[in-house]
Unconditional design. Structure first.
Length: 99
């Protein structure tokens, strides 16, 4: 039961946008025909942008175009050391390429 003077416990923090507010921002971008990703690419390719701005824009675009790679740990015991190691790169369409 609520007690006056009691601190708020749980729930959304004050000022946090709810789903309705977030959806309205997306709708506004669509209505104005603005694509944030295209704008970042335009800035990255602009002659007026500094090198730092171009790099930051390309880093942001890369987050949406390339998957993050996970590190993998391989443990091989000494008596099971392989004679050779083959590395195959797999493209997004599933084809394998030997390196």
């Amino acid at each position: 039961m609520f007690q006056q003077g009691h601190k708020k416990i749980g729930g959304r923090k004050r000022g946090t946008k709810n789903k309705k507010t977030l959806l309205s921002a997306d709708e506004l971008l669509l209505k104005l025909d603005i694509n944030p990703l295209e704008k970042l690419i335009d800035i990255a390719e602009s002659e007026k942008s500094s090198i730092e701005q171009q790099i930051r824009c390309r880093q942001e675009v890369a987050k949406y175009t390339y998957p993050k790679l996970k590190s993998q740990e391989i443990v091989i015991e000494e008596d099971q050391m392989p004679n050779s190691i083959e590395i195959h790169l797999v493209s997004p369409d599933g084809t394998r390429e030997k390196v």
